[in-house]
Design a protein around this ligand. Structure first.
Ligand SMILES: C[S@@+](CC[C@H](N)C(=O)[O-])C[C@H]1O[C@@H](n2cnc3c(N)ncnc32)[C@H](O)[C@@H]1O
Length: 209
């Protein structure tokens, strides 16, 4: 049952000219939670083969930009996209993004996934580490009120990550899109309205006054 539906989605993606069926996960999340803001620029982490890029590129239009990273090379023909082939780490992400001078970032999306080893615990830890890295990117570059979407292989780290997100975003939801393969253990976090610590203090101070 699941396989038939998923095969159909793979065919649909091909027919509609998308690089991967993953696009339907982002579409579902955006249709439900409106995570693509109507202004500002976007950072896409783990962008290859490029279906999320295609979707976001069309949605934001030619005057806004997407800065995309993947450790695999892809040929991107979308005019509003700058693609950088790099393996992002917590040591290099800041310099790599600054080098590309992207300002007014209102959305960070991460579909990054580790190469799976088949050792479940190891794959889960690596997925969690990529989530923490994506969150660092979001915390460093998002404008106040910006949004964040991040994929994780479901694990015991889920709650910790959710708690961490709630420190930085006004709304946090765990999503399992219908278009996710039935055998897949992946989940997505959708976080909206980023704020920095001092803004929280400002908010609570004005509440106390
Ligand atoms: C599921 S795919 C992304 C699919 C993409 N969102 C799309 O719609 O076409 C996950 C990607 O994450 C990339 N990736 C994993 N770890 C990475 C890292 N540290 N830096 C850059 N890319 C990474 C992989 O190379 C892989 O292409």
């Amino acid at each position: 049952m699941g396989y038939n539906r998923n095969d159909a989605l793979t065919r649909k993606a091909r027919q509609e000219g998308f690089a991967a069926r993953s696009v339907y996960k982002l579409k579902e999340i955006n249709n439900k939670y409106h995570i693509i803001p109507d202004h500002g620029n976007v950072i896409d982490l783990g962008a290859a083969p490029g279906s999320w890029l295609q979707e976001v590129s069309e949605k934001i239009g030619p005057t806004r930009r997407i800065l995309a990273f993947d450790l695999k090379h892809i040929q991107v023909k979308l005019e509003n996209v700058t693609f950088v082939k790099a393996e992002l780490t917590k040591e290099n992400f800041s310099a790599l993004i600054k080098k590309n001078k992207l300002n007014k970032v209102t959305l960070v999306i991460s579909d990054m996934a580790p190469n799976t080893t088949g050792v479940r615990d190891l794959d889960q830890v690596r997925s969690y580490e990529l989530c923490l890295l994506a969150l660092e990117v979001a915390k460093t570059f998002l404008e106040t009120d910006g949004n964040f979407v991040c994929k994780m292989f479901e694990s015991e780290f889920r709650e910790d990550f959710e708690k961490e997100l709630k420190i930085h975003f006004a709304h946090v939801k765990l999503v399992r899109p219908k278009s996710t393969r039935s055998t897949s253990k992946e989940i997505f976090f959708m976080a909206k309205e980023f704020f920095r610590g001092f803004e929280l203090k400002k908010k609570s101070r004005s509440f106390l006054n």
